[in-house]
Design a protein around this ligand. Structure first.
Ligand code: PLP
Length: 389
């Protein structure tokens, strides 16, 4: 027996005999694993066993296997956030002097990341990917990366990922797709020619607004190429969050079906409301890429809807206050329907004139549909919309 201060550091910490095959995976928060000797260190350091948490973790690996399966990829990096996944990928693929073509309608903070890339000497062209000619004109012989989302925020414009990938590949460029808004239940971008698919797991994968994470899925060779930036930028997710995401992914198909079905019903109902000037959702026949969406989406049209009402900030606030179910949150993709106001989200970064060019105005409201009963959502929206002219 050792003395008390020594004993208490070791007492009860050994693996529990018989604790095998639990119904849910165990959580492995350990930052490191015990190494037998210097030969065992070499074995571990060459990927032979778990060794150091930033390098590899059983919960991240389990989650990676599930996401690779859903995306028809070979391997997945599990990151600390969607932005961690995006920065790991682009910083891993691009170097000083390289050229990249980015869709101009993408997540605002990804646009801000471009400034960092430019600071490192990467040349970036920002173009409209819904205009294939404009996209092709931006491609150069030395373009290394093409970056896009499939449903663009907030006007829900749909990108023809097959056509974009074909052109990009004819220049030898790598196609990176952030599919956060679409999820693998709507489209699997790798099947349409994309090389890398990224998600903010904070959104539909997590689904309960209680976890932050990101993923990068691709071929094993491509993941091997990106892995050094992942490890060196320190973008790996903690075990508890990875475990929560492992839990959430089991119900993702059920949640997505309900949320995607609700989006179609809510979009249809909003289109009939006289207070609304325009509803943006790819399920609607008047959506500019409705046909394309029908061709490339395997289920639903995304759970993101935007709509235009009168440009009056006070009334937008009154509308938000009147809503009984739907809450205003700085996120999306949860099981409960949420609302966002793009003009407010971008007010600090862009002038009113710039926002107008992006199709964003005071009266633009974005909804992320949850899994409530659709009739309740429609009634809630319709009663709150009464505040507008
Ligand atoms: N990509 C898209 C399309 C997003 O909407 C977001 C966040 O809203 C991100 C990436 C960033 O994800 P995270 O907040 O997990 O870093």
């Amino acid at each position: 027996m050792f003395k008390e201060n020594t004993e208490i550091l070791y007492k009860g910490t050994e693996d529990r005999e018989g604790a095998i095959h639990p119904e849910t995976p165990a959580i492995y928060p350990s930052s490191a694993y015990i190494i037998d000797d210097t030969r065992d260190y070499d074995f571990a350091n060459n990927g032979g066993k778990y060794f150091y948490n930033r390098t590899a973790n059983p919960n991240r690996d389990g989650l990676a296997e599930a996401i690779s399966y859903l995306e028809n990829g070979e391997d997945t990096l599990i990151c600390s956030s969607g932005m961690g996944a995006i920065s790991t990928t682009v910083l891993g693929l691009l170097k000083c002097g390289d050229h990249a073509v980015f869709n101009k309608s993408i997540y605002g903070e990804t646009i801000e990341l471009i400034e960092i890339l430019e600071g490192f000497g990467v040349h970036v062209s920002l173009v409209d990917f819904t205009d294939i000619t404009e996209f092709e004109n931006a491609m150069k012989e030395d373009t290394k990366v093409v970056y896009t989302e499939i449903i663009a925020n907030p006007l829900t414009l749909v990108v023809d990922i097959k056509a974009i990938s074909k052109i990009a590949h004819s220049y030898g460029a790598i196609v990176v797709v952030d599919s956060t808004f679409t999820t693998p239940f709507v489209i699997k971008p790798l099947d349409f020619g994309a090389d890398i698919v990224i998600h903010s797991l904070t959104k539909f994968f997590g689904g309960h607004s209680d976890v932050t994470g990101g993923s990068v899925t691709s071929s094993s060779a491509m993941i091997k190429k990106i892995k050094p930036s992942y490890l060196l930028l320190g973008a790996s997710l903690d075990a508890n969050s990875a475990w929560l995401l492992q839990r959430s992914i089991k119900t993702m198909g059920l949640r997505m079906k309900a949320q995607l079905d609700n989006a179609i019903l809510v979009a249809q109902a909003l289109s009939k409301n006289p207070k609304i000037q325009y509803v943006y959702h790819p399920s609607l026949k008047n959506h500019p890429q409705h046909e394309l969406a029908c061709q490339i989406f395997s289920y639903g049209y995304g759970a993101m809807i935007s709509f235009s009402v009168e440009d009056n900030r006070e009334k937008v606030d009154e509308f938000i206050h009147r809503l009984k179910i739907i809450k205003y949150l700085g996120t999306l993709g949860g099981i409960r329907t949420t609302l966002a106001h793009p003009a407010t989200a971008f007010r600090n970064e862009f002038t009113e004139e710039e926002l107008r060019k992006m199709g964003i105005h005071e009266g633009l409201i974005r909804i992320s549909t949850g899994a409530e009963d659709a009739e309740d959502l429609i009634e809630d929206l319709n009663q709150a919309l009464e505040v507008f002219k």
